[in-house]
Ligand binder design. Structure first.
Ligand SMILES: Cc1ncc(COP(=O)(O)O)c(C=O)c1O
Length: 407
């Protein structure tokens, strides 16, 4: 490695931290637009559209860019739908993918004329009471799942999501009781796949179900498209191969059934790589033969490593020029939160650090800020956008201590 693996110049990193505070989320508009286009062009099938899964990042300025690139959007809560509408998505471009949501939350979507996908028979009944005669999608749990960690496997017999395939007949009866039309099926089997096989198999499965439901005019194949967090080790997901397989599958299905709208719902793929998290080394110590690099990047700012044991590449930007040197043993990079589990990276080969050095945590645009918290009463960091035209724009102010409590 070396100090050189940077996305910004050394001076820029320190300047940004000085100006906007540390830690700091930074997004690159050009990368975001590129990833949107890659997802949009995944399939050649003419009735294919992409719903960005906004849970990955709901900054309104990023949502505006995604909207302008022509993607549609999923919302998991009234809060997400509210932000999506603020960013310019009209209600016909939003789908509410609810999980155990309340009557009021369903009512919010119905009031805005937003299509709802329900994921249990009980939620279908509730929606029927609120929206008799309306249109509905069903989230299916195909009984199998996939993903990089147990906590992101969202399909399968032990997952809390979706309607079991064996209950589809009951769902049809309930829909009929409320004069509702089942117009769509969706599923999401899990997150972060880098090979197409499981996704395409699951897609074949949900299309088979759609064949038995003539009212279904849209099938959403889910998200989960991975990115190579381990640079130079993991390969990129081959979108050309995946797209081709999906095109073949859908074209065969259409030839023997009917025309159908196809959707995907990627979150991470769209936003992960456009984002980096900058922070600062605050302390360095060796305790009982283990090196700890103490930083201001606790799990209040980036929880993925703690929650999923996720890996992020980390670059060091020294405050002053000095020769590159590595620790002679693996190190722990840790945050400032009062929890022993507050570990950003463990067992890393790492450059020797000094207090005041800056850090770049790469690929932090997805499930970074959106999962950040005020734990230990620490204010949330600022977010900035590196614009395509070279400008730098503050797109969310850092919280202040006053923001922690408002009467
Ligand atoms: C229903 C649903 N759709 C889409 C996504 C987006 O997943 P990813 O960011 O892995 O593409 C998720 C994430 O958990 C999800 O639960």
């Amino acid at each position: 490695m070396g100090f050189e693996k940077l996305v910004f110049s050394k001076e820029a990193v320190h300047e940004l931290l000085r100006e906007y505070g540390s830690p700091l989320y930074v997004y690159d508009e050009e990368t975001l637009r590129k990833r949107c286009q890659e997802m949009k062009n995944l399939m050649k099938y003419p009735l294919f559209r992409v719903n960005y899964s906004a849970k990955a990042n709901t900054n309104v300025e990023l949502l505006k860019i995604i909207c302008s690139e022509g993607l549609d959007v999923d919302g998991m809560s009234p809060g997400e739908m509210h932000l999506e509408m603020k960013a310019g998505f009209s209600s016909d471009r939003i789908t509410f993918i609810g999980n155990n949501v309340s009557r009021n939350e369903l009512q919010f979507a119905v009031n805005q004329d937003i299509l709802v996908s329900v994921d249990s028979l009980s939620q279908l009944r509730l929606l029927g009471e609120i929206n008799r005669g309306g249109r509905v999608c069903l989230r299916i749990n195909p009984g199998i799942g996939a993903g990089h960690h147990d906590k992101v496997i969202t399909g399968g017999k032990k997952a809390k999501f979706g309607i079991a395939i064996e209950d589809l007949n009951l769902a049809q009866d309930i829909a009929a009781n409320y004069d509702m039309t089942i117009i769509g099926l969706n599923h999401h089997i899990g997150s972060l796949f880098l090979e197409s096989k499981a996704y395409v198999e699951a897609a074949a499965g949900i299309l088979e179900l759609a064949a038995t439901l003539p009212s279904v005019e849209m099938v959403d194949l889910g998200g989960g498209f991975g990115i190579p967090y381990r640079h130079g080790i993991e390969s990129r997901l081959d979108l050309a191969v995946l797209g081709n397989e999906l095109d073949n599958l859908v074209e065969d299905w259409v030839a023997s059934h009917r025309s159908i709208n196809i959707r995907t719902e990627p979150g991470r793929y769209v936003v992960a790589e456009c984002g980096a998290l900058l922070g600062t080394v605050t302390a360095v110590k060796e305790n009982y033969n283990t090196f700890f690099i103490g930083t201001d990047i606790g799990f209040n700012t980036l929880v993925r490593p703690v929650m999923y044991d996720s890996y992020h590449e980390i670059s060091v930007v020294p405050q002053e020029d000095r020769p590159y040197q590595e620790y002679d043993k693996a190190v722990y990079v840790v945050g400032q939160i009062c929890e022993s589990g507050d570990i950003l990276a463990h067992d890393r080969v790492f450059p020797c650090c000094q207090e005041g050095d800056a850090l770049i945590v790469h690929d932090a645009g997805a499930y970074g800020f959106t999962m950040a918290s005020n734990y230990n009463s620490r204010p949330l960091p600022a977010e900035i956008l590196l614009e395509k035209n070279g400008g730098i724009r503050l797109i969310r102010k850092a919280q202040t201590l006053e923001d922690l409590w408002k009467d």
